[in-house]
Design a protein around this ligand. Structure first.
Ligand code: FAD
Length: 307
């Protein structure tokens, strides 16, 4: 019951102002968002990659209100690409992008988001890495997929995300499972109505397996974005049945969640990528992590009380 309430709060400006200004959020937020600047996050990238993991970096932020903010977000990613270039990690460090941060919801937002994301994808390609377009709420997805298709004409490695909880996703997976595509499958983190999405976790989990089978049997590169132990072992089995080698798919998990499992999978010879978010506008990202596991709210509450 708590999850949907927290997700509703994640879209509330009033809650955003209240919680973001609270001086108590420190350690709880740090668990999921380990830094505010490129300088904070690069040592983490180095450490994770030294330990045999791969990384995708997300400059947190969404729901911006002006084209200037969108341009600033693009510049933050361009700075990140430049600094990543110095580390020479190639695709071991890639980037994840939310198009809402690049202006997708503003007037003329589709074109604006495309214009802002293109130079980032170009710069990423120049240092030998890639960008994945995150999936946000269902109203944004047609535009995200159209931008993805457009970018893939010049940069075929550009990835995108599909969400198992949406009814449309099996059809999207079939369309996307072509040669060279990189598709991250996740359960889905937004509050979606019953007209478009499964409401029961068990239904989403079953859909996840159906969609994963399509991706594994297809010709693209599946990226399994989940911490769910059952789905991870099903993914291993599906990969085996599809005769995929360990470098023909990868696992992805979020920074701060099941970190031992990241290392265990990497030690078993799997590609394991850690989604690492950083920046100051952490509210929406943080609230979704709370909603996924309302027990996190207890730690959050405790940190407020003991401050
Ligand atoms: P769950 O059943 O939710 O979790 C399985 C287990 O993992 C839990 O029992 C718990 O032990 C642990 N766990 C999961 N979440 C948490 C948490 N927040 N705190 C502590 N423990 C936790 N969603 C989108 O809608 N769009 C995206 O673009 C997107 N990108 C993602 C990228 C990656 C790499 C990952 C891993 C997730 C992404 N998500 C995205 C979020 C995703 O949709 C789910 O909300 C999230 O992954 C939780 O689902 P799960 O598959 O881990 O399974």
């Amino acid at each position: 019951m708590l999850g949907p309430v927290i997700l509703a709060a994640s879209r509330s400006d009033r809650m955003r102002r209240l919680i973001s200004a609270a001086p108590v959020t420190g350690p709880v937020v740090d668990r999921f968002i380990p830094g505010e600047t490129v300088d904070d996050v690069l040592p983490i990238v180095q450490d994770l990659t030294d330990r045999g993991l791969e990384v995708t970096l997300d400059v947190v932020g969404e729901d911006i209100t002006t084209p200037e903010q969108a341009a600033a977000a693009r510049d933050a990613y361009l700075e990140l690409v430049e600094r990543l270039g110095d580390l020479e990690l190639g695709t071991r460090a890639e980037m994840s992008v939310k198009l809402s941060l690049f202006g997708q919801a503003l007037r003329g937002g589709h074109e604006l988001a495309l214009a802002n994301v293109r130079p980032v994808v170009e710069a990423a390609a120049a240092i030998g890495t890639t960008v994945t377009l995150d999936a946000e709420d269902h109203t944004t997805l047609d535009s995200m997929f159209a931008i993805h298709e457009e970018l893939r004409k010049d940069f075929p490695q550009t990835g995108c995300v599909i969400q198992a909880y949406l009814y449309r996703t099996e059809a999207d997976a079939r369309r996307l499972a072509d040669s060279g595509s990189r598709v991250r499958l996740v359960k889905g983190a937004y509050k979606e109505p019953a007209e478009v999405a499964y409401q029961q976790r068990s239904e989403t989990d079953k859909a996840y397996v159906r969609v994963l089978r399509i991706l594994m049997e297809g010709e693209g590169y599946p990226m399994i974005g989940s911490h769910d132990p059952r789905l991870i072992s099903i993914a291993q089995e599906l990969a085996r049945r599809a005769s995929r080698k360990p470098d023909e798919y990868e696992f992805q998990m979020l920074y701060g969640i099941r970190s031992d499992e990241h290392l265990r999978l990497a030690a078993e010879g799997h590609r394991m990528r850690v989604y690492t978010a950083y920046g100051t506008d952490w509210y929406g990202y943080f609230m979704r992590r709370l909603a996924e596991r309302p027990a996190n709210l207890l730690f959050f509450g405790r940190s407020i009380l003991t401050k």
